[in-house]
Design a protein around this ligand. Structure first.
Ligand code: C2E
Ligand code: MG
Ligand code: MG
Ligand code: MG
Length: 286
């Protein structure tokens, strides 16, 4: 990190490092303000039955409408919020927005489906997640079965008893539990079984391998049969082509999500999707 500047002088003051630090500090300030001013919105992406194309759920995906920057994707601020603790407030906000949105769509008598929200490991270690979820459900008067919680495989990895206890409590509320980005972590079969997860979402890198290599198909098939043996529903993430849909049907994958079905859309576009309900031609017609 120390740069030689010639003549035995060393430059400890690295402009690039300073720039990075400054960006980070600016970002944290902007995030703080964003939380105060509520600059966040949820986008929604449908998940559908692989055979019938009928919507089974929608995933809520956070976006930051940052003034002068436009729509900022979660990858640019969630990791920072996780490292400085802001994720707790963000997480509460996502929960509240999802529940209030469900209540609003119910009021409009739309044929609603459950909404899944993403939670980070940090929200678990705080311990209060089940209580927050149940309060939120009660506050907005929504049915627990209309809410689902996605937790990444790597987040549920550690033999953390607090996480296990929280997951049990959440499930007892009647909220479904989904394993997100499966295949990228190192969870064991026994762990999946013990935690009694309902749905396994296979990371899109594996969907991407389908139809490209024989190994891709074999891997997928193995996960599907394992998940089914554990009584879990299998979802393929990141489905972008008809070929992938065909392969997934052949491999008995239960549900699919991805740009091929729909991109994540803002809340005002959801009613149209809900009224359509079937977002894919059924397999009989392909
Ligand atoms: P994720 O939960 O695995 O969400 C799926 C991501 O894949 C989303 O990115 C979605 O837009 C994208 N995606 C969906 N279909 C396709 C496809 O066909 N092709 C490709 N290339 N991408 C597709 P997004 O919205 O940028 O979110 C990225 C990640 O940020 C999420 O991954 C999730 O881990 C995290 N995230 C999003 N919202 C929240 C939130 O409210 N709280 C927390 N803690 N994390 C969130
Ligand atoms: Mg997710
Ligand atoms: Mg995922
Ligand atoms: Mg992901």
């Amino acid at each position: 990190a120390v740069k030689a500047t010639g003549k035995g002088h060393y430059n400890f003051f690295k402009p690039e490092l300073y720039q990075k630090l400054k960006e980070r500090v600016d970002m944290e300030r902007a995030l703080e303000l964003a939380i105060e001013e509520d600059q966040f919105v949820l986008y929604y992406q449908p998940r559908v039955n692989a055979e019938t194309g009928k919507m089974t759920s929608m995933e809520a995906l956070i976006r930051w409408m940052r003034p002068d920057f436009g729509l900022v994707p979660p990858i640019e601020f969630i990791p920072i919020a996780e490292s400085n603790g802001m994720i707790l407030r963000l997480g509460d906000m996502v929960m509240a927005k999802a529940c209030s949105q469900i209540a609003a769509w119910e009021k409009e008598l739309l044929p609603i489906v459950p909404i899944s929200i993403n939670v980070s490991a940090k929200q678990f270690s705080a311990g209060a997640l089940p209580k927050k979820l149940s309060d939120c459900i009660k506050n907005w008067g929504v049915d627990a079965s209309l809410l689902e919680v996605e937790i990444t495989e790597s987040a549920m990895m550690g033999e953390d008893n607090a996480i296990i206890a929280d997951l049990c409590e959440i499930r007892e509320l009647g909220v479904k539990l989904l394993v997100d980005d499966f295949g990228t972590g190192y969870s064991s079969l026994s762990q999946l079984q013990r935690l009694d997860m309902d749905v396994l979402k296979i990371d899109r890198v594996f969907t991407n391998e389908l139809t490209k290599s024989k190994e891709g198909d074999i891997f997928f098939k193995a996960i599907v049969s394992m998940a089914h043996a554990l009584d879990m529903t299998v979802v393929a993430e990141g489905v972008e082509t008809q070929e992938q849909v065909n392969a997934l049907r052949r491999l008995a994958c239960d549900e699919i999500q991805g740009y091929f079905i729909s991109r994540p859309v803002p809340a005002n576009c959801v009613p149209e999707l809900l009224l359509k309900q079937f977002l894919l031609p059924s397999s009989a017609s392909t």
